[in-house]
Design a protein around this ligand. Structure first.
Ligand code: PMP
Length: 357
């Protein structure tokens, strides 16, 4: 008997690995700092609204996501036709690459960066062109521009970059975009946009609105604390947004997620306060690690990057974290990414940074 075989590039796709919650330890509270989740529960009242929506799950969701599109359009002051919702920003990444790339095409992105990019490229049968990040974790935008060829269809700019945490500035992004031919789609992945605190920060909305070839990705998974509901969205010029909507799985954003998204957008003040708290904690961790002698890059997301350049050292750091009840995310051999979590978790991380030999 022969089993049908997928295309070779699909057969080569690694499974997307995510961290499991830490094992229960008697006498030790453990913390999951491995998936850049929000340690806070959803915003006030959102769980109750989602629970009420769950009473309607015998029916399909609104296929047009009408209320959530309207809420996003109002919240960001953009036309609804310049938006595309999907089951997490990760689904939009797959939709984008499969809509714009085939086996002849190349996709340029920094490395390390978000691990879904190479998987989405394999799914489309296209070729990944990985441009190493600089030693301080920043995108090397000059090298990325130089890597663009006639075959390039999509470029990802991940800012803040997962896992190194660094952001590009608007000036850097503008200079890069000026070098990119208009047939190339530039995807600015701003999954962590709400946490950015820097001068000359990227204004994703102004950027996509002034160009025909820029898509901006956002998500409810990080700042909004709705990772489990799987809702992400893209800002894009109307024709690109229409393509993304056409590529979405029908009814992909479920009834409960739609309701939670709308309710979350109405709680802006509370959101900003929580994000500010997480940013304060991020600064505490970065300063603590630097005081202990670590050369941590400028962290602009809800996570911090410990660079090693050695798989063994990454494993030792992760094991040291595990011993004190912290689950972190090694990316051997480059480094270990640790999410900003509850204050106690962050304090333990600072202690680990201070005592790690
Ligand atoms: N982009 C980046 C840079 C991310 O780190 C993540 C999540 N880890 C995503 C996109 C996907 O987010 P979502 O949960 O919306 O699929």
């Amino acid at each position: 008997m022969t089993t049908p075989q997928p295309r070779p590039s699909v057969a080569a796709m690694p499974a997307y690995v995510a961290g499991k919650p830490p094992a229960e330890r008697p006498g030790l509270v453990t913390y999951k700092l491995s998936s850049n989740e929000n340690p806070y529960p959803p915003l006030d009242g959102v769980v109750e609204i989602a629970a009420a929506a769950a009473g309607r799950v015998n029916r399909y969701p609104d296929a047009g996501n009408t209320e959530l599109y309207e809420a996003l359009a109002t919240n960001y002051q953009v036309p609804a036709e310049e938006l595309a919702l999907s089951t997490g920003a990760v689904a939009l990444i797959f939709q984008l690459v499969s809509a714009y790339c085939g086996p002849e095409d190349e996709v340029v992105f920094a490395w390390r960066s978000f691990e879904a990019y190479p998987i989405a490229v394999l799914a489309a049968g296209a070729t990944a062109v990985k441009v190493p990040v600089a030693s301080d974790g920043h995108h090397d935008l000059d090298a990325m521009a130089a890597a663009i060829t006639e075959r390039t269809k999509v470029v990802f700019v991940c800012t803040p970059n997962n896992p190194t945490g660094t952001s590009v500035t608007q000036t850097e992004l503008d200079a890069f975009l000026a070098k990119v031919p208009e047939h190339v789609l530039v995807v600015v992945d701003e999954a962590y946009a709400e946490f950015v605190r820097m001068d000359d920060a990227v204004d994703g909305i102004a950027t996509y609105r002034s160009r025909p070839n820029v898509v901006v990705l956002r998500t409810f998974s990080k700042a909004y604390g709705l990772a489990g509901f799987r809702v992400g969205y893209a800002f894009a010029p109307a024709p690109i947004a229409a393509t993304l909507r056409a590529m979405a799985l029908p009814f992909g954003v479920n009834v409960v997620a739609q309701a939670a998204g709308v309710a979350s957008l109405e709680r802006k003040t509370e959101l900003l306060a929580r994000v500010d708290d997480l940013v304060t904690e991020r600064v505490r961790v970065v300063e603590g690690a630097r005081a202990a002698g670590w050369d941590v890059p400028d962290a602009q997301g809800n996570f911090v990057w410990f660079a090693f350049g050695s798989a063994d050292r990454c494993a030792e750091f992760a094991a040291g974290a595990d011993e004190i009840g912290l689950m972190v995310r090694p990316y051997p051999p480059e480094g270990v990414r640790v999410s900003i979590g509850e204050a106690e978790a962050n304090t333990r991380l600072i202690e680990l940074a201070g005592s790690f030999p």
